[in-house]
Design a protein around this ligand. Sequence first.
Ligand code: SF4
Length: 402
Amino acid sequence: MNRSAASRREPALGPHLSDQLDVYGISRRRFIEFALGITATLGLPLRMSGQVLAALEETKARPTVIWLHFQECTGCTESLLRATHPTVETLLLDLISLDYSETLLAAAGHQAEQALHDSLDKNKGAFILVVEGSVPLRDGGIYCKIADKTPQQLLLEIAPYAAAAVAIGSCASWGGVQSAAPNPTGAVGLPEALRIAGITKSDGSALPVITLPGCPASPYNLLATVLYYLTLKKLPEVDAKGRPRFAYGHLIHDHCERRPHFDAGRFAEQFGDAGHRQGWCLYKLGCKGPETYANCPAIEFGDVGANTWPVGIGHPCFGCAEQGVGFHKALHEQAEVASVTPPSLFPEIITRHAGGVTAGAAAVVGAIAGGAVVYALGANEKLKQVEAQSTAVAKSEAEEPK
Ligand code: SF4
């Protein structure tokens, strides 16, 4: 049975998603698995996956997003556009109303400026401001200009009218690669730029800023943040650096598949030596996992297949997500070990990732106390129904004469 015939039988998930799931060949079962993985990534009890699924399906109340690019390489947008399982950019762009983005907007020049100002007028106090890239402060910020305005000028004009802001990537979170010594442009992240300029919301209250560091940031963490907001109608809990705890609450070191080797004292001493070839710990090669907080071991990186994150392919973690580590410490300098206590749950030495977010892997990092462990798919009626429909479609396909 071909896919178009199958899609005629499958009940639609939503006016947009049904088309996209079909076009991209994503089965309903995979979509549900994805929702489960995102729920686990968010650190929510998996019994809430029905609500996450509903937020994914909901296409009516889409928050408006204005996405500004400052000093950056556009890697965060690129990484978002190349994500899969299912195509994150498809889901994300279906969940939000992206009114302005210099990379994705079809319009250019005066038309693009018009789109920005129209959206600002229409959505005052109600839109989410996403910033990608750092803010140059030296010499009046002249090192980056958009429509003849510096990032600080744009922030003064736009940020007071946002409901909340998201700093995506290390550049926007704390300055990233541009802030590496000697920092010629005086680059800082969005929170610091807002603080220095004294920018608040137009009513004088503080503008909430979520930071999603990483170089590039994981698109799943952006999607998960948006889904958290849509599901629970509030922003996720953050740490002192503005990072969502669900994604940055644990050291990479505590969930790394090489951690048992670290605890057993088995280290690669050089690239290509016997220890390196056997997948031993990369600490002595400069791995910054012991001082970097991020969920890379669970959701991986680059999204191109099993074990594809730096440590998974044999390169020490660079600490790109951690302020003061990535781009500030030498690549092969040994990390400070923030925690020497072995985790209570060891990861497998060799993990078999299916790619993208897996519910099991993400649940470990999502710090779900008990909820995931006792979860049973049948606990949620909605999921049970969708699962039954999916099974029925698969059965009828199998029985259909060839
Ligand atoms: Fe993994 Fe690096 Fe920690 Fe070794 S030092 S266990 S490679 S994160």
